[in-house]
Design a protein around this ligand. Structure first.
Ligand code: GUN
Length: 298
C-alpha cells in the first residue's frame, strides 16, 4: 500500500490558525503586536522569494513585519550597524538575516551580533547552547518544523530509531539533538550519517524515522528504506523549469527533494512531499518563534 502523505501545507495551516488566535489575544490583552524584521542582502532569487513569503505570512497572521533590502555590495560594517539598530528597536521582536550573505561578509559575525532574545532563527551560539542542554528558547525553524510533522503525523518517537542523513548546522545537527532530548516528542535513539559515513544504507535501513537533508536529489532510494518507516524529506533541489499554472508565460522552478519519492512511497508508511512538506513548516515555525519573542516581554 502506498505511504500516507504527510502534508506540511495542512499542518502549517493548522499551526498558523493557532498562532493567529494567539496574536489576536496578545493584542487584545496586552496591546502587543509581534514584529519581525527581515534583512536581505543582494538579489539571490531564492532568497528574495523566501523573504517575501516570510513577510507576507507575518501580515496574514496580524503581525508586523518590515523587510530591509540592502544592495549586494553593502559593507559588513553597515550590516552590523543595521543589526544594532534592530536590536535596540522595541517594535522589533524578531530579527532574521537571510542566508547566504555575500562572500565579503563574515556570516558568523553578523549572526552573533543579533540579540539572542530576538534570534528567531535560533542560530546564535547562546540559543544553540540552550538547545543542546534541553533548555531551548528558539528552536531553529526547519528542525522545529520537522519535529512537528513527526509528532502531528502520529509517528511515535519514544525509543524509535531515528537516522538523520546530513550534518549541517541548520538541519542535521539540531534535529538530531532535538530528537534525543528526554522530552515528549523526542526520546529517540539517533544516528547521524554524513559524507564520510562508510555505508549509509546500512544505517538508513534500520530507521523507523528517516530524515534526509543530504543536499542532492535521490540521495535516498527505495532499497535504503525500512518498510513501514516515516520518511521526512528536507531537500529542495531545482531540477528544471516549467510554465506557471497561474500565468503560462512565466516560468517557475521544478522542485525535487533528496528522496526518490515515487519509489520510496511504495515502501514507507508515511512520507513528506516536495514541495508541500517541510517547506511550509519552516516559515510557520519562524512566526511561532516571533510570537514567543514578543511574549518574553510580558
Ligand atoms: N537560508 C536558508 N534557510 C534559512 C533559514 O532558515 N534562515 C535564514 N536566516 N536564512 C536561510
Amino acid at each position: 500500500m502506498p505511504a500516507e502523505i504527510i502534508s506540511g501545507k495542512d499542518v502549517a495551516k493548522a499551526i498558523r490558525a493557532e498562532l493567529k488566535e494567539e496574536v489576536a489575544e496578545l493584542k487584545e490583552k496586552h496591546g502587543i503586536v509581534p514584529g519581525l524584521a527581515t534583512v536581505l542582502v543582494g538579489e539571490d532569487p531564492a532568497s528574495i522569494s523566501y523573504v517575501t513569503a516570510k513577510n507576507k505570512t507575518c501580515k496574514d497572521l496580524g503581525m508586523n513585519s518590515k523587510q530591509h533590502t540592502l544592495p549586494a555590495d553593502t559593507s559588513e560594517e553597515d550590516l552590523l550597524k543595521l543589526v544594532d539598530e534592530l536590536n535596540n528597536d522595541d517594535a522589533v521582536n524578531g530579527i532574521l538575516v537571510q542566508l547566504p550573505l555575500p562572500k565579503h561578509i563574515d556570516e558568523a559575525k553578523v549572526l552573533y551580533a543579533i540579540d539572542p532574545d530576538k534570534d528567531v532563527d535560533g542560530f546564535h551560539p547562546v540559543n544553540v547552547g540552550r538547545l543542546v542542554i534541553g533548555e531551548e528558547r528558539f528552536p531553529p525553524c526547519t528542525p522545529a518544523g520537522i519535529q512537528e510533522l513527526i509528532v502531528r503525523s502520529g509517528t511515535p518517537t519514544e525509543g524509535a530509531e531515528v537516522v538523520v542523513v546530513g550534518r549541517s548546522n541548520i538541519v542535521g545537527k539540531p534535529i538530531s539533538i532535538m530528537l534525543l532530548q528526554k522530552k515528549a516528542g523526542a526520546n529517540a535513539t539517533v544516528t547521524v550519517c554524513h559524507t564520510r559515513t562508510k555505508n549509509i544504507a546500512e544505517h538508513t535501513k534500520r530507521a523507523d524515522i528517516l530524515i534526509v537533508a543530504a543536499g542532492f536529489p535521490k540521495a535516498v532510494t527505495a532499497e535504503m528504506v525500512k518498510p513501514g518507516a516515516t520518511v521526512i524529506d528536507v531537500g529542495v533541489n531545482r531540477v528544471g523549469e516549467k510554465p506557471s499554472k497561474k500565468d503560462p508565460n512565466k516560468m517557475v522552478a521544478i522542485l525535487e527533494g533528496d528522496v526518490d519519492f515515487e519509489a520510496v512511497k511504495e515502501v514507507a508508511a508515511k512520507i513528506t512531499p516536495v514541495p508541500g512538506g517541510v517547506g511550509p513548516m519552516t516559515i510557520t515555525m519562524l512566526l511561532k518563534n516571533t510570537v514567543k519573542a514578543a511574549k518574553l516581554k510580558l
